[in-house]
Design a protein around this ligand. Structure first.
Ligand SMILES: NC(=O)c1ccc[n+]([C@@H]2O[C@H](COP(=O)([O-])OP(=O)(O)OC[C@H]3O[C@@H](n4cnc5c(N)ncnc54)[C@H](OP(=O)(O)O)[C@@H]3O)[C@@H](O)[C@H]2O)c1
Length: 316
């Protein structure tokens, strides 16, 4: 796909005009965004796919204004600076997160607080795969649960986007990590370093795990319901999916919260350094061109991605 920005002032973008299934996605020419004050215009090289993208497409994230360009994670290079921006330079490699969308496009305009310099040792694919999942794992483990060395952590959905970051970050903190996945991903969890792996298709985790300090629930529903009994008194349950019952938390003597990931340039920089130093590996299962966005979102929607899916955007 070639950009036609120079000729017409438009760019290619994957957008929705109404909520729905894969048929709601359109690859179309739209006016190129312009950076406002304290914003940076980024030429997108790669965009990470998250469950959030198909949830937005289906209208699960509320009545957002339409039309909307999907995609919230990106990596690329600074194309232009808005008024007042002094911390970045044109041509600088950057990566970032923008919850309001716009990353499935050739250009995105984002506030400076939403992006960080991309270390040269991290390529665009792995940088684009990092922001939302890395930030969510970081904020759940460190900001909400405040995990400490030696603690026992159970991660439901350890093989997915958030899970693969969480397993590695918790291990790096010195925690004893137990993670669940289906049969095909057990070896992958072992490679990530999990000390105990549980096949959720054959084993009920509560039959083999007890006394954990923290449950990171990336699945919700009955998985969350069955998690209360494995927590020790004073433990923490953090879910990315649904608000845990405060009534049940009180009865079990634990604390429970839903994490709502927020953009943090500082945490993006810390994650970038860990990745560049080889302390954390970013797992990418599939790389597809931008025009395969419908297929990428359907893969994500199936709920069995190993690590991440990333879309690439052709450069001029
Ligand atoms: N609140 C927030 O700010 C926030 C931020 C990020 C993500 N989220 C949400 O958090 C959830 C996880 O996100 P993600 O990016 O990690 O999703 P993902 O990449 O799609 O990962 C899903 C993983 O879950 C595993 N899985 C599916 N069913 C399972 C089960 N019953 N037990 C254990 N594992 C199971 C799958 O592995 P197998 O195929 O091996 O089962 C897959 O690897 C999504 O619902 C997402 O929308 C919320």
């Amino acid at each position: 796909m070639n950009t036609i920005l120079r000729e017409t002032g438009t760019i290619k973008a994957v957008r929705i005009h109404s909520f729905g299934g894969p048929e709601a996605l359109c690859l179309e020419d739209v006016a190129a965004p312009e950076p406002g004050p304290n914003e940076v215009l980024v030429r997108v090289h790669a965009a990470g796919v998250n469950p959030f993208d198909w949830k937005v497409r289906e209208g699960e994230c509320g009545p957002l204004p339409l039309p909307r360009t999907l995609g919230c994670d990106f990596s690329g290079a600074v194309e232009a600076l808005g008024e007042g921006v002094t911390d970045f330079y044109v041509g600088q490699p950057v990566f970032g997160h923008c919850a309001s969308g716009g990353a499935f496009a050739e250009l995105i305009a984002v506030p400076v607080a939403n992006l960080a310099p991309k270390p040269s040792a991290m390529d665009d694919i792995h940088a684009a795969a990092t922001p939302l999942c890395g930030l969510t794992a970081w904020q759940a483990l460190f900001d909400l649960a405040e995990i400490r060395p030696g603690q026992k952590i159970l991660i439901h959905g350890g093989a997915g986007g958030v899970g693969s970051f969480a397993v590695q970050l918790a291990l790096r903190q010195g925690a004893w990590v137990i993670a669940t996945a289906s049969t095909r991903n057990l070896y992958f969890l072992r490679l990530l370093g999990a000390k105990q792996v549980i096949d959720h298709t054959t084993t009920r985790f509560e039959d083999v795990v007890k006394g954990v300090d923290m449950v990171l629930d990336l699945i919700g529903g009955e998985t969350q319901d069955r998690s209360w009994k494995v927590l020790k008194l004073g433990g923490r349950l953090v879910s990315t999916v649904s608000e845990p019952s405060q009534h049940k938390a009180l009865i079990c003597g634990v604390r429970a919260r839903k994490v709502q990931a927020r953009t943090s340039a500082d945490q993006l920089m810390l994650l970038g350094d860990l990745i560049a130093n080889g302390e954390i590996n970013v797992m990418v299962e599939k790389i597809l061109p931008l025009f395969h966005a419908p297929e990428a979102l359907e893969m994500s929607r199936c709920g069995h991605v190993r690590g991440k899916i990333v879309l690439t955007i052709d450069q001029r």
